[in-house]
Design a protein around this ligand. Structure first.
Ligand SMILES: *Cc1c(COP(=O)(O)O)cnc(C)c1O
Length: 366
């Protein structure tokens, strides 16, 4: 049996709904911003319950632009977690700021008790990540930031469709950022990102900055960038957003099944699931004994598994100047040697789930 990790060809197998809408777009030839992008922004604002949503070219751009809107300056320190996607750190560096890492916890989320220890006079922003579609305790982070007069930008690139304390990831901090890249649950046949905020002033600045700083066609208020969501992607996004609740439901069903079955196997450690966090399960990550051998065994048996990621960011070559060492973040470092991401997507059938569990059992019984 084959258990694929990638499901995009299934997701888009009925392509006529997109093509029909694209044909209308082609006729109108409104290829930059325009009504469709605005309409998606409104739909998204309604979905996440945020006052302002500004669509960008990617999640990475959303983070970079979001940080700039908070007025970060070169040399400012930004606290984030060492087990995130590269873009979180790339965006910090793109703003000329210094990433200050902290370890994660047993749920792979930023370790909140470690944040306090690295706050300095130069700390400008705390940048928590909703890793894998689960969330850190945003209430605690908010209190901590408030007490220290530090801003929050949430990397909720994997957070679309999750809930923490009944609210959407990205709506706790000053700024929230999302991604619609093909690996995320809301994906749009290409790149796409979103910035959300309840702050009118920030929203106004971001909206202009995303589009060259243009007030109108003939007037530039300040120098900006081109980071617009394409209408072609907005069309896909509008259709996909309507399906998101069902997608998350199915992923939760699959994850619950895996949690229940894998927790019976001694060599497997699943993360704690907390009551106030409804996860979106962009990734299903668990820790496995003899990880590398198990990974080979599963792939040989048709189960397409991945590792997100085998090397924490503080140990990457790109981090050399930051002067971290092996041993600085023991939890993330240990997890990196044990984690596997199993397929959990909405197109899996029960037989796929049963097969995966059976093969994992078989590996450990040998
Ligand atoms: C996907 C992702 C990003 C980057 O988003 P892109 O749309 O690919 O640029 C940033 N941070 C995290 C945590 C992500 O998962």
């Amino acid at each position: 049996m084959k258990v694929p990790f990638n499901y995009l060809n299934q997701q888009f197998s009925n392509d006529s709904i997109y093509i029909n809408k694209w044909k209308k777009l082609i006729k109108s030839s409104n290829f930059t911003l325009g009504g469709i992008v605005e309409s998606f922004e409104k739909q998204f604002a309604n979905f996440v319950k945020s006052k302002h949503c500004i669509a960008t070219n990617s999640g990475t751009d959303a983070i970079t632009i979001g940080l700039k809107s908070l007025g970060v300056k070169p040399g400012d320190e930004i606290i984030t977690v060492c087990n995130t996607f590269y873009a979180t750190v790339g965006a910090i560096i793109a703003c000329g700021c210094k990433p200050v890492f902290v370890d994660c916890d047993e749920r792979y989320q930023i370790n909140i008790s470690e944040i306090k220890k690295v706050i300095t006079k130069k700390t400008k922003v705390i940048l928590p990540v909703h890793w894998a579609g689960a969330s850190p305790d945003m209430k605690k982070i908010k209190n901590l930031a408030k007490k220290n007069k530090i801003k929050i930008l949430e990397d909720a690139c994997m957070g679309i469709g999750s809930k923490i304390y009944l609210k959407n990831p990205g709506t706790f901090g000053d700024i929230g950022t999302m991604s619609m890249h093909p690996v995320k649950t809301l994906n749009v046949m290409g790149d796409g990102g979103m910035i959300v905020t309840n702050n009118d002033k920030l929203a106004k600045w971001i909206r202009k900055y995303r589009n060259h700083g243009m007030k109108d066609r003939d007037h530039i208020d300040f120098w900006g960038v081109n980071s617009r969501l394409q209408p072609i992607q907005a069309i896909v996004a509008k259709i996909q957003l309507k399906k998101i609740k069902r997608i998350i439901q199915k992923r939760n069903y699959n994850a619950n099944f895996l949690d229940k079955e894998l927790s019976k196997i001694n060599e497997v450690k699943i993360p704690k699931r907390i009551k106030n966090n409804k996860e979106s399960f962009v990734l299903y990550i668990a820790l496995f004994k003899d990880r590398d051998k198990l990974k080979k065994f599963l792939i040989k048996n048709g189960v397409d598994v991945k590792i997100h990621y085998p090397l924490p960011l503080h140990l990457q070559k790109a981090s050399k100047n930051l002067k971290y060492r092996k041993g600085n973040f023991p939890i993330a470092e240990k997890q990196a040697t044990q984690m596997i991401s199993l397929p959990v997507h909405q197109y899996l059938e029960k037989k796929h789930l049963i097969y995966m569990v059976k093969k994992i059992r078989e590996f450990y019984s040998k």
